[in-house]
Design a protein around this ligand. Structure first.
Ligand code: ACO
Length: 324
């Protein structure tokens, strides 16, 4: 044994919300098309001073405050993202300074696109096992409004900005999160060119290919996590699935044969926030009381890379450190 449990969560969405009706005014689209194809009704875009770092700071502060973990107790801080404010310093390093983590805390960003938060959870579990300190701060955050082309209606309507954070505790006696991570390298169906390519860094996506990939990868990954953890899917209290498209989720839920009431999401008001999608939804469910201490939460992300990642995250009853 040895693993992490979830202590607390936080999230942040930009103030400015853009509805499908707002988009109807600026491009050739309709609320009917977007809602029926994706389940998306609105998305949030950063404006003014809002940026990747400010969203991360807001989400991280909420999660830390709710957890009761002090910054000096944090051993690992990871930010999953493909849209940081700067290539260096990593956002995690900015958080180290702004939040006051010790200098030997391990802080870095990682990019596994929409699977990034779950990749980061697994990475944090491994790193905390070797750390003096037992608390980790794991974020997923994106400002995708910076990498979408307003002239491409097939992608512009799909994406939004936001950040989600989770404080986790590692203990020898905790079960592992039984992470299942995977990658099938593909630079055709979902790409954002890098800064040195000489072309605009905007999302290019073959929606139908991504759709086909997602409806296969999501249920397969969820099953593999449950199998690795030695539980049935019925024993899972809550599924937190990457909010890319409501139709993908509906397909996956049907394929898995699980109760749809355990799989509800928030895509209607967040759209697809890539690495931020799983932790933002996790936080919304915790704040609403739909995820409770002791619950087993199966998280799955999938997307660019192509990548997929799943993990079974148990919610702690409180800080183990406090009960010793
Ligand atoms: N408004 C109105 N019409 C549109 C829009 C729009 N915003 N976008 C495309 N259309 C039109 C197309 O031009 C096309 O018109 P045509 O038939 O006259 O050529 C028509 O709608 C159908 O287009 P398709 O691309 O075939 O539409 P589809 O039904 O496949 O839906 C969608 C597109 C929603 C992108 C779907 O393929 C999908 O959801 N794929 C998965 C994408 C995804 O989940 N990506 C994220 C995962 S990875 C990550 O999170 C980064």
């Amino acid at each position: 044994m040895s693993g992490i449990k979830l202590l607390a969560t936080g999230s942040a969405l930009p103030q400015h919300m853009i509805t499908n009706h707002d988009l109807e005014q600026i491009m050739d689209t309709s609320d009917e098309w977007i809602t029926s194809r994706t389940g998306i009704g609105a998305r949030h875009h950063c404006q003014g001073e809002e940026c990747h770092t400010s969203l991360c700071l807001e989400a991280a502060k909420k999660a830390l405050e709710r957890s009761g973990v002090k910054p000096e107790e944090v051993g690992v801080c990871l930010v999953a993202t493909l849209t940081p404010d700067h290539l260096t310093p990593a956002t995690a390093c900015v958080l180290q300074k702004e939040l006051g983590f010790q200098e030997d805390a391990i802080c870095f960003d990682l990019n596994a696109a929409c699977s990034g938060f779950v990749y980061a959870l697994h990475t944090a579990e491994c790193l905390l096992a070797a750390s003096q300190r037992k608390y980790g701060l794991v974020l997923g955050a994106e400002v995708l409004s910076r990498v979408i082309d307003i002239n491409d209606r097939s992608t512009y309507v799909l994406f939004g900005d936001g950040a989600g954070a989770a404080v986790v505790e590692w203990r020898e006696e905790f079960p592992s999160i039984h992470a299942v991570l995977g990658c099938r390298g593909n630079d055709q169906v979902l790409t954002i060119p890098g800064v040195n390519k000489g072309v605009p860094a905007v999302v290019h996506m073959d929606g139908q290919d991504v759709f086909r990939f997602a409806v296969e990868a999501l249920p397969r990954c969820a099953r593999e996590v449950a199998q690795k953890a030695g539980i049935t899917l019925e024993e899972v209290d809550r599924f937190v699935l990457h909010q890319a498209n409501q139709r993908i989720i509906n397909f996956a839920v049907k394929k898995l044969g699980v109760d749809p009431a355990k799989c509800t999401g928030n895509i209607a008001h967040t759209a697809n926030t890539s690495a931020a999608s799983v932790p933002i939804l996790l936080d919304e469910l915790v704040q609403k009381g739909e995820i409770q201490p002791g619950n087993k939460v199966l998280c799955v992300g999938f997307g660019g890379g192509l990548t997929w990642a799943g993990a079974l995250l148990e919610v702690a009853q409180g800080r183990e450190g406090d009960t010793k």
